[in-house]
Design a binder for this molecule. Structure first.
Ligand SMILES: *Cc1c(COP(=O)(O)O)cnc(C)c1O
Length: 509
């Protein structure tokens, strides 16, 4: 498989290069030159590794810099096993009484779905560098709205030949998310609080990537930048797998046959997760429609309805902070696919977005989108009432992001006449967002100490908190750096280029 730039501004590359580069150096995202289709009849008896292998081999095992089948299989073993995940199923599906399947993507080490990709990406990065004969130190830059940060830190911790820098919005993540990141050990980990929101963090990281002068300077020190955000194709590809897996589980639970159509609902922020569902559909998985669920930051809902992407709007901090995003990076890949690789259109729209903060797509493109994807958004009050209602009716506790998706489904069902089985992506354990869960269950302000809230939620529900959180209380804070968004570049220069910097230095505490 060869990978092209969404803006047609870069030579085609093989899989190893696409993963090592992370993002097209001149702006734009790598995507496969074509989408392979596969025969899903193997699904009836497949385990997670079988599914992953079948789905990923066409993307990874052909062409320049390709992996061997044995290499792909061993990376899957290292990433998805009973040490890294707390269930052999990796991503179980809970079917509710209304035949909705909840695809639980949070059984990995950090309790969010980002683990599904970030447990495997580091293995691929090491392998890809080996294939390309690179001996540089890869500097992974991560902008996070809360969950990617910890998942990337866990994935890359102590991986030889890598340094990881995570930038998070200081006021924009939950206490548990913050503590998870700031207590990360590892000799190559760096966690930096940014005075701003997620878009500031992401904008800062993208600007550093696009700064060729800076890249040249660090190259002379044998450093190279890469990304663990979903702008990296290596983040996207593993996410296609669980849609195929979840489909098989749901269809089997409902006693239906492979081939039966389903709808998929995805709580969306940076558009990576739902884009993976789109790839699964294009690969031939019987998905009828994708429902894009947003919170109060409903830029995508508006876009999907009007064709106008308007990023200049109020930014809300919500109960589902991992979706508090106004510039959804992976939309660019989706538009590239929908326009059948019309690079000129993509270039123009993204230039407009950069210059004016908005762009408008043409009617044909919008029509193409409507054939596969509809958008809904869920307000704050409805997020909590959905958590409460599903808990009371189904004895099942949704996290706030999954609740946003669930309520989108309720709205979607009002708009359609012919229901088919539905898979709802559950992107985080409820125990990552205890403030909101407490409010939903007890209808009062959560206790200031989040661990106190956890105790009471456990008392009420009888659930066991995710193992990622069980040991968090009382761990020492190991990272204290704090910067303004405009200082990202100079911060990194100081770290990478100052003579004093010693690689693999222990973070100061
Ligand atoms: C990252 C995240 C999302 C949004 O996923 P995207 O791929 O960015 O659209 C939703 N929910 C949770 C819990 C997340 O961590």
């Amino acid at each position: 498989m060869r990978y092209i730039s969404s803006r047609g501004n870069y030579p085609e590359v093989g899989i190893s290069e696409a993963i090592v580069e992370g993002m097209v150096p001149k702006g734009g995202l790598f995507l496969p030159e074509r989408i392979p289709t596969i025969d899903f009849s193997f699904l009836a008896k497949a385990n997670y590794h079988d599914v992953a292998y079948h789905v990923l081999a066409p993307y990874f095992c052909e062409g320049e810099g390709a992996y061997t089948e044995a290499e792909l299989k061993s990376s899957l073993q290292e990433a998805y096993n009973s040490t890294t995940f707390d269930t052999e199923e990796i991503a179980p599906v809970k079917v509710l009484s209304n035949r909705v399947g909840i695809l639980e993507l949070w059984h990995g080490p950090t309790a969010a779905f980002k683990d599904m990709a970030l447990q495997i990406l580091p293995h691929w990065l090491v392998l890809s560098k080996k294939k390309l004969g690179k001996h540089t130190t890869t500097v992974i830059l991560v902008a996070t709205s809360g969950d990617t940060g910890k998942a990337a830190l866990e994935g890359f911790k102590n991986i030889p030949g890598t340094e990881i820098y995570v930038f998070f919005p200081d006021e924009g993540v939950s206490l548990v998310q913050k503590l998870q990141m700031l207590t990360t050990e590892g000799l190559n980990t760096h966690v930096v609080a940014v005075e701003g929101n997620f878009d500031d963090c992401q904008g800062m990281v993208k600007a550093i990537f696009a700064n060729s002068e800076f890249r040249a300077k660090i190259t002379s020190r044998r450093y190279e930048l890469s990304s663990a955000n979903s702008i990296n194709w290596g983040r996207l590809a593993p996410q296609i797998v669980y849609y195929v897996w979840g489909y098989a589980k749901l269809i089997h639970s409902l006693g239906l046959g492979i081939g039966h159509e389903i709808d998929v609902v995805v709580p969306t922020g940076n558009f990576g997760n739902i884009l993976a569902a789109y790839y699964a559909k294009q690969m031939g998985l019987p998905i009828r429609r994708l429902v894009c669920a947003s919170n109060q930051n409903n830029v995508l809902t508006d876009f999907l309805r009007t064709g106008v992407y308007e990023s200049k709007r109020p930014f809300y901090k919500t109960y589902s902070p991992s979706m508090d995003i106004l510039v959804s990076s992976n939309l660019e890949r989706f538009l590239t696919e929908i326009t059948k690789h019309n690079f000129l259109k993509i270039q123009n729209w993204y230039l407009e977005l950069q210059e004016k903060g908005r762009f408008k797509i043409d009617a044909t493109t919008l029509k193409g989108i409507h054939e596969v994807m509809w958008g809904y958004w869920t307000g704050e009050h409805q997020t909590l009432s959905t958590i409460r209602q599903v808990y009371e009716e189904e004895n099942y506790l949704l996290d706030p992001h999954t609740a946003v998706a669930y309520h989108a489904l309720v709205q979607y069902w009002k708009d359609i006449e012919d229901k088919v089985p539905v898979l709802v992506c559950s992107t985080a354990s409820p125990f990552k967002f205890n403030g909101a869960i407490y409010r939903a269950l007890f209808d009062e302000e959560a206790p200031e100490n989040e661990f106190e809230a956890v105790k009471r939620i456990v008392e009420k529900t009888g659930l066991t908190p995710h193992r990622a959180l069980a040991t968090l209380e009382g761990l020492p804070v190991l990272h204290r750096d704090h910067i303004a968004p405009k200082d990202g570049l100079s911060y990194l220069e100081g770290k990478l280029l100052s003579k004093k910097h010693v690689r693999l230095k222990k973070p100061s505490s």
